[in-house]
Design a protein. Sequence first.
Length: 245
Amino acid sequence: MRDKLTRRGVLKSTYGVLAGAALSGVSGWAEASREWDREGAQAGVDAPQNAVSPPEALKRLMAGNARYAANQPAQKDYSAGRAARVAAQYPVAAILGCADSRVAPEVDFDQGPGDLFVVRVAGNYVNVDNLASLEYSVELLGAPLVMVLGHTNCGAVSAVVKSAQKSEPLPGHIFMLIDALQAGVEVALQEGGDQVLDHAIEANVRHNVERLRRAQPILAQRVTAKKLEVVGAVYDLASGRVKLL
């Protein structure tokens, strides 16, 4: 009983609850959060870093991006917290981003290990696999924010646009991108114009933001309860800046 009231005892107890919640998948973060409320607060243990509101999480990301774009990243000790991360993770945001090698969310938002839960696929679109991963980050890890992050000059979106404009088939399994991205870029394709690629990139982000906001049962319920915010953004390859949509 005495050890349970120490800082180490509280952390061990909380990690145990987190592990059990992750395995059961029943009440997830809510159960772990209640355990911290009961023991952590009483013992003076700091709250997990993601025990913040969605707007606060977004503010942290955008402040980090501003540092990155200005080439003034915060100094980081990558060994610090390594042992604690073995037992648990508390990402402040989940990112659905493109697999493009020029986009690295942890770098672009000046975050460290354990800060972001990143799901990547060419074209940053929602399918059942990455939806399940995002649900995991929200329900079991407590991420208060999900961001769909597109980027300028996206090769995946560009391939779909060019295929539609020139009726050229895509090789191998790349043609599957058309099915995945068609709904998101269709309006931009119909409008056409010189900026069709830029418009298609933004339209694809907005489309997938709405899909996630309505995704039952987990994300939609948390959005309605204002415990989760889903936002869209585009990373500019040239400047390094992230623009919220």
